[in-house]
Design a protein around this ligand. Structure first.
Ligand SMILES: Nc1ncnc2c1ncn2[C@@H]1O[C@H](COP(=O)(O)OP(=O)(O)OP(=O)(O)O)[C@@H](O)[C@H]1O
Ligand SMILES: [Mg+2]
Length: 363
């Protein structure tokens, strides 16, 4: 822990460091909780940034500074409402940057720790789903008057279905791991839906939906809750960049409103939970409903299908390529993940008119 103490000492902090302990179940960055003395001083979250995935760390930090600066200013000085909502702050290093580059080539950053907060890996109740929707809605509302183009595109073409399909078709053709023959059904599943899945891309090109500041990792454990289970902050801002709000909504439903795990092997356990869908949508639209345009609102239900398709497509592509991108726990893991996504998509297709009706009633 001595090394970690030395890293913390590179930042301008309050109080005396008492302990540095591993934090959370995140698997992108390494996170540590830094507790300090006295009690009144802020605690911190130290993170080693995964610069294998995020190759432009100064660009990433600059995006986070712009967004947290904008949100913080609106909450504190412009009385934007949402009285319990907080924005995490990057702590400056003694060098003047908001990150520290160590002699081993690692990049580190420090955030203030949101006092008394916790996160949940699973959405256990409709009450929590409502709060999750509310939190991402607040995040997007507060950033809705920012120029999204002022942000750097951290992961170019992250949600571009056209280029994801090009990669997929190339993997089918080249078949480097000799797996294409055994997944003909899944390949056909992807191809039958490929045309309709271009809808969001087309709406963007036609100017019907604007580029906005989007979070791009709207998993439930990126929302912080207080002791009363009210959402009070949103974390994990690495992937904040210009995008369509539909990506954030869709991925939150894909990850938060499924009855099965992302890699569930028993497909009969994977379904869309319409109650969680409704609760998340209510929380989301209560806050985001004020700035969304009609086309964005109209495509919310579709966005859940789209994100489920897109992530399933990426798992399947990685399976064809011999598991190069996603870490696997056992042979065939990526195929199992793809199948679970496609099963969830089937469930959404089955309930699509109900999903649309729910959005219509709320919105
Ligand atoms: N500023 C903060 N205050 C309080 N808790 C925090 C803060 N930042 C992170 N956490 C906690 O640490 C966890 C991991 O942080 P974070 O999501 O930033 O890491 P990650 O490695 O990118 O995660 P993942 O791989 O799950 O996306 C969060 O889910 C949250 O519980
Ligand atoms: Mg996270």
């Amino acid at each position: 822990m001595n090394d970690l103490n030395n890293i913390v000492a590179q930042f301008i902090t309050e109080g005396r460091v008492e302990s540095v302990e591993p934090l959370g179940s995140g698997h992108i960055n390494d996170s540590y909780l830094v507790t300090t003395f006295p009690e009144s001083a802020s605690d911190y979250v130290l993170q080693r940034i995964n610069h294998g995935i995020f190759t432009n760390v100064p660009g990433l930090i600059d995006n986070i500074l712009k967004v947290t600066g904008h949100l913080g200013e609106k909450l504190v000085y412009r009385h934007a409402g949402y009285s319990t909502f907080q924005v995490i702050r990057l702590i400056p290093a003694k060098t003047g940057h908001h990150y520290f580059h160590d002699s081993g080539g690692n990049y580190w950053r420090l955030y203030n720790h949101v006092r008394g907060s916790r996160s949940f890996d699973k959405v256990a109740t409709t009450g929590l789903a409502y709060e999750g929707g509310r939190a991402f809605g607040i995040f997007q509302s507060l950033s809705s008057d920012m120029d999204a183009r002022s942000l750097f595109e951290i992961l170019p073409d992250f949600h571009n279905v056209a280029s994801r399909l090009v990669q997929f078709r190339e993997a089918v053709l080249l078949d480097p791991a000799v797996r294409a023959e055994e997944i003909e059904n899944e390949i056909a599943f992807v191809e039958t839906r490929s045309h309709e899945m271009h809808a969001i891309l087309r709406l963007g090109e036609l100017g019907k939906i604007p580029l906005r500041v989007t979070h791009n990792d709207t998993k439930f454990n990126n929302v912080l809750f207080n002791a009363n289970n009210r959402a009070i902050s949103v974390v994990d801002l690495d992937t904040v960049m210009p995008g369509y709000v539909l990506f954030d909504f869709g991925d939150a439903i894909r990850t938060g409103a499924s009855t099965g795990a992302e890699d569930e092997g028993d497909l009969s356990l994977v379904n869309l939970d319409l109650n969680l869908f409704e609760a998340y949508s209510r929380g989301y639209l209560e806050t985001a409903g004020k700035f969304l345009n009609t086309v964005e609102t109209m495509y919310l239900a579709f966005s859940a299908k789209f994100m489920t398709y897109l992530i399933g497509l990426r798992f399947l592509t990685d399976h064809l390529n011999g598991d190069r991108y996603y870490k696997i726990g056992f042979p065939g893991h990526n195929l199992q993940r793809a199948r679970a996504q496609f099963r969830l998509l089937l469930s959404m297709e089955e309930h699509f008119s109900e999903m649309q009706e729910i959005i219509r009633k709320i919105g």
